[in-house]
Design a protein around this ligand. Structure first.
Ligand code: EPU
Length: 336
């Protein structure tokens, strides 16, 4: 177990690049470490993964445990599929590349998503027509109050769009330690998303393999989404809102060009990026913060912004969307 650090700067542990401190900080390299740390502390506990989906608005009066539980392997295999097991502290994109290298398909559309494996089920990460739930089998997690390991099967996780039980009833109650995914040896490629098709065409690929799709996704993401190592950000800041059909038809009368997607249960999803751009925020900088030039849904820290500055920018953006369209935006990132 690594040592406890006190009054510890989290600057390099959040991709928004916000400078706040945690009263205590420790790395957990395995489950035994994690249990020891949980038993020792009297502080509230916050589990940190890659820090790519959080906005820190104040110093944390808490013990921040950085999940560093590693390891990845194939644990079950048939002619058709393999079940892989991955430590929650593994880098998500490296896991994607590793699985593709093993000839397994299923994760290629989720290439280049920042963050660690343990955060993937919390958010039910998704991109280009695939969500984690499509390949998810089960996970193991340690109860922060009990120190006991519990297994959560897919149905226990209550996955929904960028949502799971770990963002609702069980928020802050568990540390995910291991994730199991079922990947295919005869992959069904999903290239329904238009930009993937056009990128594959540009690449001259006719019968795409998972690696080709991964390369296409990497190209698309790199062109639209800023690399947090270069420009601090946390990916999409808000979820794409869903509205009912009647509200949508009213909206379309007023804004005939509205971009939309059909969702289950007669709901309509409107891209938040479109709503934000229509309000004039795309590429607009206010002090140290702004909405990205290529993707308005991504809030960026141009350097030195505080979490409060980012939060108040997000509130201004959400207020103007509410005023113009009557639609409420809710953050996708976790705000502390
Ligand atoms: N759009 C605009 N202006 C913008 C941005 C988007 O008009 O500035 C419109 C365009 O019509 C565009 C549409 O919105 O075609 C959708 O944009 P995009 O394809 O970039 O996807 P998104 O809905 O904004 C979602 C996810 C992303 C994921 C992409 C691709 C959410 C909140 N975000 O973004 O996930 O990569 O789809 O599947 O669902 C993340 O979660 O951090 C993330 C980046």
């Amino acid at each position: 177990m690594s040592e406890f650090q006190f009054n510890y700067s989290l600057l390099s542990y959040n991709t928004f690049g916000v400078s706040v401190r945690a009263s205590a900080f420790v790395l957990a390299n395995n489950v035994a470490d994690l249990r020891r740390v949980l038993m020792k502390t009297t502080l509230p506990v916050i589990i940190l993964g890659g820090g790519s989906n959080i906005l820190l608005t104040k110093d944390l009066n808490a013990l921040v445990i950085k999940n560093n539980i590693l390891g990845k392997s194939i644990v079950e295999e048939t002619d058709d599929y393999a079940i892989i097991e991955a430590g929650a502290g593994e880098n998500w994109h490296e896991l994607v590349l590793w699985s593709i290298g093993k000839g397994l398909g299923g994760l290629e559309n989720l290439s280049l998503i920042p963050g660690l494996v343990g955060a993937a089920p919390i958010q039910n990460i998704g991109a280009y027509g695939i969500e984690l739930k499509d390949v998810f089998v089960k996970l193991e997690a340690v109860g922060l109050a009990t120190g006991k390991t519990v297994t959560f099967k897919k149905e226990d996780c209550q996955f929904a769009y960028r949502d799971s039980i770990f963002k609702r009833n069980l928020k802050g109650k568990y540390c995910i330690t291991k994730v199991y995914l079922r990947l295919s040896k005869n992959p069904k490629i999903n290239i329904a998303y238009g930009a993937i098709q056009s990128t594959l065409k540009q690449m001259g690929v006719k019968n795409p393999s998972p690696r080709d799709v991964s390369n296409a996704v990497i190209t698309i993401r790199s062109s639209k989404l800023p690399d947090p190592a270069i420009l601090n950000n946390s990916g999409s800041f808000f979820k794409n809102p869903e509205i009912d059909r009647t509200t949508f038809e009213e909206l379309r009368k007023q804004f005939p060009d509205v971009v939309f997607y059909e969702s289950p249960n007669d709901r309509i999803k409107i891209p938040a990026g479109w709503l934000i751009e229509q309000c004039g925020w795309k590429g607009k900088r206010v002090g140290n913060v702004g909405c990205h030039t290529e993707q308005a849904l991504v809030l960026v820290n141009y350097g030195g912004a505080s979490g409060q500055e980012l939060l108040s920018h997000a509130q201004n953006v959400a207020n103007s969307v509410k005023e113009k369209f009557g639609i409420e935006l809710t953050p996708e990132v976790n705000v502390y």
